[in-house]
Design a protein around this ligand. Sequence first.
Ligand code: ZN
Ligand code: ZN
Length: 421
Amino acid sequence: MSATSHASRTFLEKLDLLAEVAVKVGLGGLQPGQELVMTASLHSAPLARRITEHAYRAGAALVTTLYSDDEATLARYRHAPDLSFDRAAGWLYEGMAAAYKGGAARLAITDANPALLATQDPARLSRVSRAHSKAYRPALELITRHAINWTIVPGATPGWAAAVFPHETTEVALNRLWDAIFATTRVDTPDPVAAWSAHDAALQRRAAMMNEKRYAWLQYKGPGTDLRLGLADDHLWMGGGTTAGNGVYCVANMPTEEIFTTPHRDRTEGTVTATKPLSYQETMIEGIQVCFEGGRIVEARATRGQEVLQKLIDTDEGARRLGEVALVPHSSPISASGLTFLNTLFDENAASHIALGQAYSSCVRGGDHMTAEQLAARGANESLIHVDWMIGSGELDIDGITASGAAEPLMRKGEWVAEAR
Ligand code: ZN
Ligand code: ZN
């Protein structure tokens, strides 16, 4: 395909290409006869329909899409009895877990309006989130263990676009968000599938470099940040695609720019300051600064949304410990867009980050075949939550510290140093 033809693609052609890379790269294709379970909001039906078509063409036996509806979600907060807020559709999540156990692939279209529930009672939001996390856990475990091929892809919706571009008309905001999605998912390149395989190879290379180094700690220094982050024993850096338990090579996040691993739950000391707001439970938490002792948050502050932050880290004991650490260069295409997407899939790929809560067992050598006790013995954290927040910026320096205490520069001013590249 020529350079002019990919630049002149129509919106529908780009939407179709996004669906194609979601199935071919994100899910790594579908096994003949494999089922697919997809979730999306009603706004994303046009994208979901195209994904469905590509999935069937790739050999899917059955595609089941579960749609959510913002108006119905709001109706619950406005009119439901109080007991509603401790309820979750456990039967549905059990069904999803059963589908994955039976070999079904999973695709989520992320398209939420980050402001939808901004004015709702934080206590209720927290109860809903807790009930949901508990009910969803068996299905989520199969996903975090990568038992099956799964992926998350974005879809622009009017509510999300309005939150990202509050000063634009609905139509302009929606077009700008779609443009940003097509750019960051590499749908704007002449051959998106080829562009993804080159990008994936680069991420794999960097993860391999970190796995050879086997650092014991990462040392972060930046404005409001002086953190010594301990890595789990036998930790494994990952980035780009993964071979799922069913043998399919899939790319779980589109876009993705990070390499990531499992911190040790007890070995982080010092202070860290967030560099971007965190959108959690459809509310914004801003100006987060926390202090760790022995891996545990002993002090947490936020300039906005402090109450939600406090509830978040009080979810369970693991919620105040680290479950993920990820490195992203400041020059990543998402960061280069200059936008705050108010969506973790994007914002976590715009900057280096850490996550509170559940660790990914696949980030421990042999972890997918370990018991919970074996994982805990290596320092992997356990929690009902997994919440990423951004600590990277153009002012952050990161060193790798070897087991013997030697410091080696990894990033300066947010970019990989030449030796680490
Ligand atoms: Zn991450
Ligand atoms: Zn994460």
